[in-house]
Design a binder for this molecule. Structure first.
Ligand code: CU
Length: 673
């Protein structure tokens, strides 16, 4: 069974949950717990308050509507709609009363301008009205039928009220099978008039759990990693767009469709999406990628911060939820040369359960609705609702990143300390992307370091311009400011890493010339060969392994001070091993498995590689090297698949980055079968 997307049905969940508990390595990595210290620091600034839920109510929140009078209307995946009163109280003991029940998995709720409330159920868009004012809906009006075949995966998200008074809904594709769009408009965003006329807007969505129209009138939708979707992403949606998942194209010829791409135009490209888009008019690459496992694994709701600064320093930006990682991301957007793009940042994590929905109510109070059902979450609970309030403290953060012709401007929430901000070693910058293909998810490819050549700190200390070589349009640029400190208090940036999707380089004045040897410089830095599959760097999962799983999985991490997080791994001879090396440190590391007793020899040979080291992952050509990962950037990981030696013994593993192996080492103990 493939890994499944957001909102898995209960039936399939049994299998998936049991797999997640059996040392499933991707689950290990995707559901990694956040750092307690980071969560505590975040909570001092945005305080999280879970709201008690009475026993007997399964509050798998799927929609939240703040209603005047400090009330909330909350839909649940179980088909109920609850009034919640008292959610804003200092010591909340909320009161729940049932507004409606018996709906089919509503996944959103909004106020209807004509009175009552709209919800998107799986099979229809419905208006609920309480005509006699007793607090219970008594009219259930079908606004429009939504086509459905019966696949558990056919979710309907929304609605969102359009500026023209119509309603928009996004329709999840069905799961697997010969077609994932067995009925029209699966994989589409559609617009529905209040009297029920349906117009298809855009195709190519997979699992668009969160979408919104910005205060500037631009539509954005999240989508979930899966087949055809290399990583989580946010795409700007206009009528006629094709957003990448081809299932819905089956209906692109139907009357009303403005989508020009046809199923036969799409093949298993195995190229970056922006490259394919150059030859496939209509294909729209994302405005912002949310790198998988770093900024979520199953992104959900998306809302704009319209608090005007009452919720913190990020007014006008967006928050995006994540079910699997129980966290919130933050996104800043800008339009460059007519194209939306921007940066994604971590915002806050450590929530109780998988986040599906957020809403900001009175007094800039955010409510976060949760359900872990079907797919699990880092948060320990199955469902819940929480409140997030800004304590008024301003964290030292990268407030916003904007593209420049030769780099980026980072604006901070507080003035920077000039010495650290002017130091090249305080930053790193690198580009990468994902290939567009039929397989489920994609690994980061084409990673290239962008050498920073000039830093200009603004006179007020609130922004820093970084000018660099090797910027590439279409690529995600990882921007790290780990070394920058605040001018007052000296604190480090709370979330020092951001991911800017550079669809277009803006015009304007450069502050560094393009390097005369740019072609050479940037090609030389390409790590394509270093990240490629080889016998000793086996990144391709053997297709003949049972269940495609292997027998044993290791998640090996790092600790500060040149250490692996484990120094002894144990296995049996001949075991099929999947090893994920996850670098959470702030420098480059790798994992090299060596012959017994040969770790330090390999480390010494790596040191001698000199400048050719990076292209070889600092792995020398030596029979003492058995298997290795790529030289792994901070906050990334590399997975290798290998068979444990058939001869029992203590096999050294080291990090072979120059100077690390004497400290950064461990043993793979292979015992007899
Ligand atoms: Cu190392």
């Amino acid at each position: 069974m493939k890994r499944l997307s957001l909102f898995l049905a209960a039936v399939s969940a049994v299998t998936l949950t049991s797999r997640a508990q059996t040392n499933n390595p991707s689950a290990l990595e995707r559901f990694a717990k956040p750092s307690d210290a980071l969560v505590a620091a975040e909570n001092r600034i945005w305080q999280r308050t879970p709201l008690p839920v009475p026993e007997g109510i399964v509050l798998e929140v799927s929609g939240i509507l703040p209603v005047a009078g400090q009330r909330l209307l909350v839909t649940t995946r179980r088909g109920e709609v609850w009034w919640i009163d008292g959610a804003y109280d200092a010591d909340p003991k909320p009161r729940y009363s049932l507004f409606a029940q018996g709906l089919h998995e509503p996944l959103g709720i909004i106020a209807a301008p004509s009175g009552g409330y709209y919800v998107a159920q799986r099979q229809e868009l419905t208006r609920l009205v309480d005509t006699d004012g007793d607090g219970r809906a008594d009219v259930f009006e079908t606004v429009a039928k939504l086509p459905i075949s019966g696949s558990y995966h056919e979710y309907a998200f929304g609605p969102v009220l359009a500026p023209n008074g119509n309603l928009r809904v996004t329709l999840n594709v069905a799961f697997g099978g010969s077609t994932q769009a067995p009925v029209p408009w699966r994989g589409w965003m559609v617009e529905i008039t209040p009297d029920g006329q349906l117009t298809p807007i855009a195709s190519g969505l997979r699992s668009p759990a969160g979408f919104t129209v910005s205060s500037q009138g631009a539509w954005f939708s999240t989508d979930n990693q899966g087949e055809w979707v290399g990583s989580g992403k946010i795409t700007h949606i206009e009528s006629g767009d094709f957003l990448g998942h081809p299932a819905g194209l089956a209906w692109s010829k139907l009357p009303g469709s403005t989508v020009k791409v046809r199923p036969e135009n799409v093949s298993d490209f195995e190229q970056p999406m922006h490259v394919v888009a150059q030859n496939l008019p209509g294909l729209k690459p994302p405005a912002v990628w949310l790198p998988h496992t770093i900024l979520g694994i199953s992104n959900s709701g998306m809302i704009e911060d319209l608090s005007g600064g009452k919720f913190g320093p990020f007014a006008g930006q967006f928050y995006v939820g994540d079910q699997g990682q129980s966290k919130l991301m933050r996104v800043s957007l800008e339009k460059v040369a007519g194209v939306w793009q921007g940066a994604a940042y971590s915002f806050r994590e450590g929530f109780d359960s998988g986040i599906l929905r957020m809403a900001i109510g009175e007094n800039a109070t955010m409510f976060v609705g949760e359900s872990a059902r079907g797919w699990g979450s880092v948060g320990p609970k199955q469902y819940g609702i929480e409140r997030v309030t800004w304590t008024g403290q301003t964290p030292f953060e990268i407030k916003e990143i904007k593209a420049q012709p030769d780099g980026f401007i980072l604006t901070f929430t507080q003035p920077v300390d000039r010495a650290t901000a002017e130091n090249l070693a305080s930053y790193s910058l690198a580009g990468f992307t994902y290939n567009y293909h039929t397989a489920y998810g994609a690994a980061p490819v084409d990673r290239m370091v962008c050498p920073i050549q000039k830093i200009v700190v603004a006179p007020d200390g609130l922004s820093v311009r970084l000018a660099a070589q090797c910027l590439r349009e279409g690529y995600i640029h990882e921007v790290k400011a780990s070394g920058v400190r605040a001018a007052t208090g000296g604190s480090a940036v709370l979330h020092p890493v951001a991911y800017y999707t550079l669809n277009r380089l803006p015009a304007g004045d450069r502050i560094i010339p393009l390097a005369p040897n740019a072609a050479e410089l940037c090609v030389a830095a390409l790590s394509a060969s270093a990240s490629a599959h080889s016998a000793k760097h086996p990144v391709k999962q053997p297709t003949d392994w049972p269940n495609n799983e292997g027998d044993q999985a290791f998640l090996l991490g790092t600790q500060p001070g040149l250490k692996f997080d484990q120094t002894l791994l144990t296995t049996k001879a001949g075991t099929r091993i999947r090893l994920i090396f996850r670098n959470t440190d702030d420098m480059l590391h790798n994992f090299v498995l060596c012959a017994p007793g040969k770790g330090q020899d390999v480390g010494t040979a790596a040191l001698a590689l000199g400048v050719e080291g990076t292209a070889k992952n600092y792995v020398p050509d030596s029979p003492d090297v058995l298997f290795h990962t790529a030289l792994t950037q901070p906050e990334t990981s590399d997975t290798i698949y290998f068979i444990a030696p058939t001869t029992p013994g203590d096999y050294d593993f080291i990090c072979s980055f120059p100077g690390h192996s004497t400290l950064m080492k461990g043993i793979l103990r292979v015992t007899a079968k």
